[in-house]
Write a protein that binds this ligand. Structure first.
Ligand code: SF4
Length: 373
């Protein structure tokens, strides 16, 4: 099934901002705290809409984010700034809500993103109404457009274990046939829903995009402090594949000087190929302003020996240099060929010839960028 997606890299940053703010702009009425877990508070929220259309996001696909904020706390995460917008709107709309006012005053925005999670409790109901048979949205989704779940938050972060909003959204999607669905996650919790994923796969396309940037557990802990371990993600890959679910591995972002050691990347590719990964995709870190504000201080603190190189590399551009990106792509192309796993990439040079359908490769790239940049 061919899905029309915008491939223009130049438009990506603008479109990404649109996507995140579009979600924030849907309007969220905040309810009291519905749960606490260590240092994380969950705010129940009532969303007016959960399906962000291409005309709003500026991208060629639809997106759904069951939560606002993400407890995994990746140092390179791009999505933090949208959370601040939601938090401020919620505080303004609920002046009597002491917790919200305290959060604004006491938590820096990057940390609030990880510790104050908005739960769209009514997401399934809203989605069901939006997708009623014959509605414009339903017809669009039967046509050329895909739904990407998890463009600005991980839909299987710890909140999902308790609140099950992502599962409820998938149950609505399972009521329809002929859809094209992508889920982006770092979490093996996705395997909890394997029954549902299989049901959906019988009548729609569904692909899991599992993000994995290193197999080094200690390094992963520093970079993605609360995300599941690499081993757990590899086990999730194996389980999903054993159940016939398509799983791509997104090695995104590759962090220059940190996760780009060739022997480590080869080990990663070999491992996921052995577990039957449907494809591998990769791209180098991009640092747009929101990610830059968190990531560069993180580098200063955790990898001070790299700080000046990072500042120089990303001084004039949000992207690593052409030589680096081309070299990375060539490297992945060779290593993926060695281990017999398709490599998909869109970039300045176009896609790698992997046997993967080009349109789908573009989508993978853009969808993941939304999360990671
Ligand atoms: S990169 Fe993804 S998993 Fe990591 S904090 Fe951001 S939204 Fe969560």
């Amino acid at each position: 099934m061919t899905r029309a997606l915008s491939p223009e890299t130049a438009a990506l940053g603008r479109a990404t901002q649109g996507a995140l703010f579009a979600d924030a702009a849907l309007g969220i009425r905040v309810l009291p705290v519905i749960g606490e877990q260590k240092d994380i508070s969950y705010y129940g929220s009532v969303a007016r809409g959960v399906l962000n259309g291409p005309e709003v996001t500026g991208m060629g696909f639809w997106s759904i984010n069951p939560y606002v904020g993400c407890a995994f706390g990746c140092a390179y995460c791009y999505a933090r700034y949208a959370h601040r917008y939601v938090l401020e709107r919620a505080a303004t709309a609920n002046p009597e809500h002491d917790g919200l006012q305290r959060d604004i005053a006491s938590l820096p925005p990057w940390l609030a993103f990880e510790r104050r999670i908005f739960v769209k409790e009514n997401a399934a109901d809203v989605l069901r109404r939006a997708l009623r048979n014959g509605s414009d949205r339903h017809l669009a989704l039967l046509g050329e457009e895909s739904i990407v779940i998890g463009t600005a938050t991980d839909p299987y972060q710890p909140a999902e274990r308790r609140f099950r909003v992502t599962r409820s959204v998938l149950e609505v999607l399972a009521e329809h046939a002929g859809l094209s669905i992508v889920i982006i996650t770092k979490s093996p919790l996705v395997t909890r829903d394997v029954d549902l994923l299989r049901r959906i796969a019988r009548s729609s396309e569904i692909t899991i995009h599992l993000s994995l940037i290193t197999l080094d557990r200690n390094l992963a802990r520093r970079l993605e402090p609360r995300a599941p371990t690499p081993e757990a993600r590899v086990r999730a890959l194996a389980r999903l594949r054993a159940n016939g679910i398509a799983v791509g591995i997104n090695v995104m972002p590759v962090l220059p000087g940190i996760t780009d050691k060739p022997e480590e990347l080869e080990r990663l590719v070999r491992t996921v190929a052995e577990q039957g990964a449907t494809y591998v995709n990769a791209c180098a870190l991009r640092l747009q302003s929101a990610a830059r504000q968190r990531y560069l201080p993180f580098i200063e603190q955790e990898f001070p020996e790299l700080a000046s190189r990072y500042r120089a590399t990303y001084a004039r551009s949000h992207a690593a240099g052409d030589r680096y990106r081309d070299g990375l792509r060539d490297y992945f192309r060779r290593v993926c060929a060695r281990y017999g796993v398709p490599f998909g990439h869109i970039g300045d040079g176009g896609e790698e010839d992997t046997g993967a359908e080009p349109r789908r490769v573009e989508e993978r790239e853009e969808a993941e960028q939304l999360t990671l940049l």
